[in-house]
Design a protein around this ligand. Structure first.
Ligand SMILES: CCCCCCCCCCCCC[C@H](O)CC(=O)SCCNC(=O)CCNC(=O)[C@H](O)C(C)(C)COP(=O)(O)OP(=O)(O)OC[C@H]1O[C@@H](n2cnc3c(N)ncnc32)[C@H](O)[C@@H]1OP(=O)(O)O
Ligand SMILES: NC(=O)c1ccc[n+]([C@@H]2O[C@H](COP(=O)([O-])OP(=O)(O)OC[C@H]3O[C@@H](n4cnc5c(N)ncnc54)[C@H](O)[C@@H]3O)[C@@H](O)[C@H]2O)c1
Length: 291
């Protein structure tokens, strides 16, 4: 058994799913967030997600209890990382914030611990340069919803060692995920491809080519995607989408410029599912389309 003591820093949409995925794979996880409210919300969403596995018949209540037993929410970053073998960061998509977090966990975590970022597209090399251990820093890019999606995209920074990559490939496979190994280029493979797709779909919505429901239906049924692009954007979070778009524009120029409509939604605080309103409006019982 490879790395078993793991800390997750940032318990939002992804951090909660990452912690759940690791615990479902038998790992002991300490989950930390700077916001106590986020930590509480994470525990609730993990419980809800596990109940979906029970409803689907793939887990029983005893297994749910065991998974929850493996997740230890903590209110202090030192408590989270002090004995970690692997630390996975999942704070918002801001390079300056991620550098600050990595500086801190580099000071506090054991010197042999591996530090991984769940960034969607930012420079792993730049994040690693904020630490004293760039050989032990890499990208570990999970996908939303983490408990269900099968891939972890491993991103090799300029100084990431082969041993670090091997250890993270092993832990990913031990929890039932598949891995790919990519170079540290803005957007890696998945985000660069997805950005091109989502961008055009949001531009079509902005130009009024079709309404949100029909754009999603066309892509879901016509191209056999599991989800329409606008419902996916609401799932990812329009705030994250905007962060990513700005990062990709910095690297590749205007082709990834965010449409005004997306920026306006984010400025209005409409981030999608996580705020209850994005391309669609979400209520407890059902979602209604916003034409
Ligand atoms: C300029 C601005 C715009 C463009 C520029 C910016 C673009 C930026 C783009 C990148 C942004 C960041 C990207 C990020 O870094 C990487 C990503 O995460 S990309 C997103 C990847 N994820 C997807 O693509 C999800 C696609 N959707 C699906 O796979 C499915 O819809 C679903 C989410 C699995 C849900 O499945 P459905 O069949 O639709 O619905 P069900 O509810 O029936 O679920 C099926 C099955 O799965 C179980 N399940 C679903 N969700 C959960 C959960 N959260 N927890 C547990 N289980 C879950 C459910 O129980 C069902 O189980 P079954 O009954 O089938 O056994
Ligand atoms: N949303 C997605 O679909 C998705 C998928 C894959 C990767 N990612 C990436 O994962 C990262 C997190 O995205 P998210 O969607 O989970 O964001 P989120 O906003 O849902 O969660 C971020 C969490 O980090 C916490 N946080 C902020 N500053 C912190 C700090 N200094 N220390 C500890 N916690 C802190 C916040 O309180 C919040 O709970 C981003 O880099 C994003 O690009 C997102």
């Amino acid at each position: 058994m490879g790395l078993t003591k793991i800390a997750v820093i940032g318990a939002g949409l992804m951090g909660s799913g990452i912690a759940q995925s690791l615990a479902m794979g038998g790992k002991r996880v300490k989950l930390y967030d700077s916001s106590k409210q986020s930590l509480k919300r994470a525990e609730d969403s993990i419980e809800k997600s596990l109940q979906r596995f029970v409803k689907a018949g793939t887990m029983n209540e005893e297994a749910v209890f065991t998974v929850m037993e493996h997740i230890h929410p903590v209110h202090d970053v030192w408590e989270a990382v002090k004995d970690a073998e692997l630390v996975i960061e999942a704070v918002p998509e801001s390079l300056s914030l991620k550098k600050l977090v990595f500086e801190e966990i580099d000071r506090l975590a054991p010197e042999e611990a591996i530090l991984a970022t769940n960034t969607s597209e930012l420079s792993v090399t730049a994040i690693a340069a904020a630490t004293s251990r760039p050989d032990k820093v890499l990208g570990m890019h999970w996908f939303n919803p983490a408990p269900v999606m099968r891939l972890i995209e491993i991103v090799q920074g300029e100084d990431t060692s082969p041993e670090t990559i091997k250890a993270v490939e092993e832990v990913s496979q031990e929890i039932g995920k598949e891995t790919v190994l990519v170079k540290d280029r803005q957007g890696f493979v998945t985000t660069r491809a997805l950005t091109a797709h989502l961008l055009e779909c949001i531009r079509m919505h902005e130009e009024g080519v079709a309404n949100a429901k029909d754009i999603d239906k066309a892509i879901r049924l016509g191209l056999n995607y599991p989800m329409g692009p606008l419902e996916l954007a609401d799932l990812i979070g329009l705030d994250t989408m905007l962060f990513v778009s700005e990062g990709m524009t910095a690297a590749y120029g205007d082709r990834f410029l965010p449409p005004q409509s997306l920026r306006k939604m984010v400025e209005a605080g409409h981030f999608g599912r996580k705020t209850g309103k994005g391309f669609y409006t979400y209520t407890v019982q059902r979602e209604t389309s916003k034409q």
